[in-house]
Design a protein around this ligand. Structure first.
Ligand code: MD6
Ligand code: FE
Length: 214
């Protein structure tokens, strides 16, 4: 019954739009390492729901690893070297994770990608991420590598204007999406996570987005 939801296969790269590429199952072979990486990040920097500049609490719980981490509070969105909750640097960016991101980027046509920030998003059933653009990074010429883990989600991939129609696509455990170039500023979001239990990750979806932020 879960044959489709949890299809443990990797496949050929699929172009989603100019500059955006889906690598089905690209991270599957490293699932156990990634589980350890996420556990270690959450132990050192527990996932928390940031306050938006507008004063609302985000639904997605977030943490970071790497020299820079994405943070939000009443003053705005930005990258910071220290976890504001602990005052300590974010946990180190695991070398295998950075390597995987570089390989994914190269496969999608972005050679030489070296991330300095990894945002770790945790979705529980019902959690959604509203449409947004990623534009807090210094060099928007650099791509973003996004790794989906655990429960499947419906990703909403829009256009350059918020009101543009969205493509709805399923992202499964181990899928990697790379986007940059003309796709870099496209609006995107995630529909409310459907309940379920993944054999390795339990009742959650984890998304890692690796960036060159600084
Ligand atoms: C998610 N991803 O998949 C949320 N942003 O849970 C993002 O917001 C995202 O996947 C920029 C580039 C790739 C992404
Ligand atoms: Fe985003």
């Amino acid at each position: 019954m879960n044959g489709e939801l949890f299809a443990p296969e990797s496949g050929a790269p699929q172009n989603l739009a100019p500059g955006a590429c889906l690598l089905p199952g690209f991270a599957l072979a490293q699932a156990c390492e990634l589980r350890e990486v996420v556990e270690q990040v959450f132990a050192a920097a527990p996932p928390r729901r940031w306050l938006t500049p507008g004063g609302r609490r985000m639904a997605v719980a977030m943490s970071n690893c790497g020299p820079l981490g994405w943070v939000s509070d009443e003053h705005g969105y930005r990258y910071a070297a220290l976890d504001p909750d602990s005052g300590r640097p974010w946990p180190a960016l695991d070398a295998r994770l950075a390597l995987l991101a570089g390989e994914a980027a190269a496969t999608a046509g972005f050679a030489g990608f070296v991330p300095d920030a990894c945002l770790v998003n945790r979705y529980q059933p019902g959690t959604a991420l509203s449409l947004h653009q990623d534009k807090d990074e210094r060099d928007l010429g650099q791509p973003i590598v996004s790794i989906s883990l655990g429960l499947p989600a419906v990703f909403l991939f829009g256009g350059l204007r918020r009101a543009d129609p969205c493509l709805r696509m399923a992202l499964h455990d181990g899928d990697v999406v790379v986007w940059g170039g003309p796709a870099r500023l496209r609006y995107h979001g995630v529909a409310a996570l459907k309940p379920g239990r993944h054999p390795l990750w339990g009742e959650q979806r984890i998304n890692l987005t690796l960036r060159k932020a600084g």
